[in-house]
Design a protein around this ligand. Structure first.
Ligand code: NAD
Length: 423
């Protein structure tokens, strides 16, 4: 019974919706909003469940379950990715939609948060089955999504091809070419330069700003990157190209460590499309061992709950920048902050993706497309301003960067809801 209780309490601590609500509540209280504000913000205002029948390659019909959460549209249309994954749950999609409201608020975009997901395993599906599933999801949701209502984007295991199918399906239903319905499209269909690497570029800018605050030069700094997928691999490359020493990287199978710096170009060349490369080497260490190595900068860019109260005391980095969603628990956030480690939270560090998605939508709406340099310049301006806004809030209020980011992020949507007369 005791063991069961303690397992329950551990699950509760690592429950992403509960921990998001806990920080939202604290942020709204600190901002002086009444409890109605929390009641409005604690869950999505709309959660839609859809059932999507797909004729599989073996001739049988399989019915998939999908979700779309629209957290809050007080500021503008909701916006956020769609993930295809066997572990997708309604709770996870809800929490992630709240995070999208926070991210949009932090980088000051005219959006509320949205998120979607389909319970499926794309690694076991053919191209044709994936196309049918993508189109079926859009058909099921077509009345509640759209360029001025709710704008999807890529997320875990979805990519520009899936966005292209979804955009085509929506355009057919709408009887109009609607590139602004979705972002993360191929460039030829109205995608933006810089979208694919935008998350890692945003993380890089946050690392540069955090390093300045700590008097660390990125050139020559030791960096560890957990995860070698879309976010982690681009990031390792950007760090390497800036002269940092990437001393360790990892994937789901293990980690590679070289105190003199790894050959990132070689590893990029050898990794597979799911971000796995360590299986090609014998002398690997575990992910947990890697997280505790001595380093200047640690970037979790893989999965949730990697830095917990169990290992937070052993983290030796000066700066932890969360590229992944939810890699550090709230208890671990407290421990790291008390130990003087600068933690740059996910809702700030990984907001480069939604920022360039916004740029893509703006370009689609105006029908005028920007060069890569223009996108990069605008992204840098947004991220430097947002980082410093959150950092100053945390310094002035003497609170950790996560709570400061939540305060900045939740304020605009709450203020907009108040002006609309919702609370
Ligand atoms: P991905 O699927 O491309 O790559 C994930 C990487 O993590 C792979 O290298 C995989 O092997 C590794 N991994 C999986 N399980 C692991 C484990 N238990 N331990 C260590 N490594 C493990 O995913 P991605 O797009 O790079 O996203 C990574 C994280 O960043 C996620 O939390 C995602 O939500 C977040 N994120 C990504 C983007 C983006 O634009 N890609 C945007 C915002 C946030």
């Amino acid at each position: 019974m005791v063991a069961e209780n303690s397992a329950d309490s551990k699950n509760e601590k690592n429950d992403i919706l509960l921990s998001t609500q806990e920080v939202i509540k604290e942020a709204l209280d600190k901002l002086g909003y009444p409890n109605e504000a929390f009641e409005l913000m604690k869950e999505p205002m709309r959660m839609i469940t859809v059932r999507i029948p797909v004729r599989m390659d073996d001739g049988k019909t399989k019915v998939f379950t999908g979700y779309r959460a629209q957290h809050n549209d007080a500021i503008g249309p909701t916006k956020g990715g769609v993930r295809f994954h066997p572990n997708v749950t309604e709770k996870e999609v809800s929490a992630l939609s709240i995070w999208m409201t926070l991210k949009s608020g932090i980088v000051d975009l005219p959006y509320g948060g949205g998120k979607g997901g389909i319970i499926c395993d794309p690694r076991e599906m053919s191209f044709r089955e994936l196309e049918a599933l993508s189109r079926g999801y859009v058909r099921a949701l077509s009345q509640v999504v759209g360029p001025t209502k709710d704008i999807p984007a890529p997320d875990v295991f979805t990519n520009s091809q899936i966005m292209a199918w979804m955009m085509d399906e929506y355009s057919r239903i709408d009887e109009f070419n609607s590139p602004g319905f979705i972002t993360g499209k191929p460039i030829v269909l109205g995608g933006s330069h810089g979208r694919e690497s935008a998350t890692a570029k945003g993380v890089t800018i946050c690392i540069e700003e955090a390093a300045k605050k700590r008097g660390i030069s990125v050139k020559g700094a030791r960096v560890i990157v957990q995860g070698f997928g879309n976010a982690g691999s681009f990031l390792a490359k950007f760090m390497h190209d800036m002269g940092a020493k990437v001393i360790a990287i990892s994937d789901a199978e293990g980690a590679l460590h070289d105190p003199d710096g790894l050959d990132i170009d070689y590893l990029l060349d050898r990794r597979d499309s799911f971000g796995t490369v360590t299986n090609l080497f014998d002398d690997t260490i575990t992910n947990q061992e890697m997280l505790e190595l001595d380093t200047d900068i640690l970037v979790p860019a893989a999965v949730q709950n990697q830095i917990t109260e169990e290992n937070a005391h052993n983290i030796k980095a000066d700066i932890v920048v969360e590229a992944a969603n939810g890699p550090t628990t709230l208890e671990a956030t407290k421990i790291l902050t008390e130990r003087g480690i600068l933690l740059v939270p996910d809702v700030l560090a990984s907001s480069g993706g939604v920022t360039v998605s916004y740029f893509e939508w703006v370009q689609n709406n105006q029908g005028y497309y920007w060069k890569d340099e223009e996108v990069q310049e605008k992204l840098r301006e947004v991220l430097v301003r947002s980082f410093n806004n959150v950092y100053t809030t945390s310094q002035n209020r003497q609170i950790d960067m996560r709570l400061a980011a939540y305060m900045v992020g939740v304020r605009r949507a709450t203020e907009a809801a108040r002006y609309r007369g919702w609370i």
